[in-house]
Design a protein around this ligand. Structure first.
Ligand SMILES: NC(=O)C1=CN([C@@H]2O[C@H](COP(=O)(O)OP(=O)(O)OC[C@H]3O[C@@H](n4cnc5c(N)ncnc54)[C@H](O)[C@@H]3O)[C@@H](O)[C@H]2O)C=CC1
Ligand SMILES: CC(=O)C(=O)O
Ligand SMILES: [Mg+2]
Length: 471
């Protein structure tokens, strides 16, 4: 755990040096020999006997944090008080806060924001509940709801451990789209209890982002909430992923001169993300899709207890291919991985058609590392930020919710998802498109604005908008 959180990152060492016994240079040499690069020094305290400094150290080699710690421990007069990972420091006390829009400076302000004057506003909403959108935070709020059952690639780590991801997501909502999102981690993994909890907290929210809830429960939870609530309910691991995948795929297909109907797709990992990616490709015109999970290729020749797999088998693999990943991939054009790290080999990719497209999207470890096949693939994408072509749902959810909130949409429908995918793909011009650039950066400001605009138009055209924003 320590290794995973610290290697290749920056740490801060608080070092106490006894002035009579040791010099700072000794500590610096020990750190550098152990694989650390000192990039900043802050003096925290100094007196006649000792000095305390914070050293910001970039680790240049795997395992450096442990080696630095042991090396400093052997130096007389030098004491390592503590070692902090900058990522952990950033999480101290959580990552978000709630702030009032106006200060309360006197009794008059107090009586307006709270009792007695607030009562008139309450009564106005009581008479016309739609006023909740204009007179409360509802117009701009999204609940990011998880039960901690399928967090990133970490699995079922529970609601407390899921909080940092949901807080991070709330930050992204705010920074990229000025949406006020709240992390809500529920201490239950019971489908019905989750549905009831989300329904009960919905009055304060304009939208619900379900996150990291494992399949197949996520399908039922989302279906029921979509039916029973009049605000958008969007399971981001399904639809956000599918939208961004589809955007990247549009550009990859253009680059390799393929049309979607004639392209042979293999999707590995038929869970939340894999199912939604498949549905989006089918809606976009794909005709040849084969799904593979742990038990092999999904085929209509078999019966599955998992209802979603049964649906999947009946709507894909028209040729009824059987076998495992190797059989599915022979003669395929595209591999899409939303399964687990390291399961794809170079031999698999060699068995695909010429100019294969490989999207290895499992987090944090992709199905195959790009360096193993970069000489034989036409286009490669992962879910990681340290390689080109990062397919991550952050390209979708801020803009799609911004558009849904601004148009006060009752739902996010297929038309809005397709509009979002086309918007993301369109940010890359014909001249810019290349194997290293099929999907824009999350920091490209055009993404949210373009997605918002097209999503609003799609909401209006498909009749789910309750408001037509002016601009
Ligand atoms: N890059 C991105 O934007 C996103 C990436 N992901 C990643 O995709 C992966 C799946 O996420 P979810 O669909 O939410 O999880 P999930 O748990 O709903 O589905 C994963 C599926 O993969 C299957 N699987 C696992 N190991 C396999 C193997 N060796 N061979 C074949 N199938 C295998 C599982 O049986 C399961 O059906 C995770 O690593 C997640 O981090 C998920 C959402 C977005
Ligand atoms: C990116 C994301 O939502 C996931 O890996 O679960
Ligand atoms: Mg997720």
């Amino acid at each position: 755990m320590k290794e995973r959180s610290m290697d290749g990152k920056t740490i801060i060492l608080r070092v106490e040096i006894d002035i009579q016994q040791a010099q700072f240079g000794k500590a610096a040499t020990a750190i550098e020999t152990a694989g650390g690069d000192i990039i900043a020094i802050d003096v925290i305290h100094t007196d006649k006997t000792k000095t305390i400094r914070d050293l910001t150290v970039k680790m240049t080699e795997a395992g450096a944090a442990d080696r630095i710690s042991s090396a400093l421990g052997t130096l007389p007069g030098i004491r390592l008080q503590h070692i902090s990972d900058r990522t952990f420091l950033l999480h101290l006390g959580g990552k978000i806060t709630v702030q009032p829009k106006t200060p309360i400076q006197n009794r008059d302000d107090l009586s307006r924001v709270y009792t007695p004057d607030v009562a008139r506003v309450c009564q106005a909403i009581e008479q016309d509940p739609s006023k909740a959108f204009t007179l409360t935070i509802k117009r701009n709020t999204v609940a990011v709801v998880s039960d901690g059952s399928a967090v990133l690639g970490l699995g079922n780590i529970g609601p407390y451990a899921a909080m940092p991801v949901m807080e991070g997501k709330a930050m992204l909502f705010k920074q990229f789209a000025d949406v006020d999102a709240f992390p809500i981690c529920l201490d239950t993994q019971d489908t019905e209890q989750i549905i009831q909890a989300v329904k009960q907290l919905a009055p304060g929210f304009g939208g619900i982002n379900l996150e990291d809830i494992s399949a197949p429960r996520c399908f039922e939870i989302e279906r029921r909430l979509r039916e029973e609530l009049d605000i958008p309910v969007f399971h981001d691991d399904q639809h956000g992923t599918a939208v961004v995948l589809f955007a990247a795929m549009l550009n990859a297909l253009k680059l390799t001169g393929r049309n979607i109907a004639g392209t042979r797709f293999v999707i590995c990992g038929i869970g939340a993300a894999g199912t939604a990616c498949t549905k989006m490709l089918l809606a976009g015109g794909a005709k040849h899709i084969i799904g593979v999970d742990r038990e092999g290729i999904l085929t209509a020749d078999r019966h599955y207890d998992n209802g979603m797999w049964q649906w999947y088998a009946e709507h894909t693999n028209a040729e009824k291919k059987a076998g495992h990943l190797a059989e599915a991939l022979a003669g395929a054009d595209v591999f899409i991985g939303v399964s687990a790290g390291g399961i794809l080999t170079r031999a698999h990719v060699e068995s695909m058609n010429a100019e294969p497209i490989v999207f290895a999207m499992a987090n944090p470890e992709p199905e195959i590392r790009p360096e193993l096949v970069e000489d034989i693939v036409a286009v490669f994408a992962t879910g990681r930020s340290d390689y080109p072509n990062q397919i991550n749902n952050v390209l979708c959810f801020p803009g799609i919710f911004r558009g849904a909130l601004d148009s006060r949409a009752t739902t996010v429908n297929e038309e809005m998802k397709l509009a979002a995918a086309e918007a993301i793909a369109s940010v890359i011009s014909d001249e810019e498109r290349s194997p290293m650039y099929i999907i824009p950066s999350v920091f490209n400001a055009k993404v949210v604005e373009e997605v918002r605009k097209r999503v609003i138009q799609a909401a209006i055209d498909s009749g789910v908008a309750r408001r037509h924003p002016r601009e």
